[in-house]
Design a protein around this ligand. Structure first.
Ligand code: ZN
Length: 158
């Protein structure tokens, strides 16, 4: 007899893998070119305190370690979007997140990404997905309001 637990485990493993792959892909992103133009786009001060992290669906995520700079980013958002457009980056939205730069380019190791990954159950625990009722990593539900499966369905990634 197969227990509910082991059934669940075999069902979830591929999804955890895909989620991790997604995160990894998004971290590599296509910010390479942007990083080179970053000083020119954001200005000396802002650019040395805030790092472009990734671009996805025309949304640019910028990381800053200090709240003061996250606030500065927030205030200068529209200007920054304008400046980005002038440099050929079609960005429609800027998201700001806390980020402690390791290098200028966020080269987080896979281990670090996994440390923070919402699909981890050893750190975050398990909770029923409010959508499909399948026990899911708490981190996923906290982040997306649903499990990884439901999120993928919603985003129509598959
Ligand atoms: Zn679900």
């Amino acid at each position: 007899m197969i227990s509910e637990d082991s059934k669940h485990k075999t069902k979830r493993d591929p999804s955890i893998y895909t989620c991790l792959e997604e995160i990894k892909a998004s971290w590599k992103g296509n910010v390479g070119g942007l990083i080179q133009d970053w000083v020119e786009i954001a200005g000396q001060q802002l650019s040395s305190n805030c790092t472009p992290l990734n671009i996805q669906n025309k949304i640019l995520t910028i990381g800053a370690s200090h709240p003061q700079w996250r606030q500065a980013l927030q205030y200068n958002r529209l200007e920054l979007i304008d400046s980005l457009k002038k440099h050929g980056y079609q960005i429609r939205e800027i998201r700001i997140r806390q980020h402690y730069p390791i290098n200028l380019v966020s080269r987080e190791s896979e281990k670090e990404i996994w440390e923070k990954h919402p699909s981890r159950t050893d750190k975050n625990g398990i909770i029923n997905c409010p959508n499909c009722r399948v026990p899911s990593p708490k981190g996923e539900v906290k982040l997306w309001g649903k499990c990884c499966f439901c999120r993928r369905k919603e985003l129509r990634i598959d």
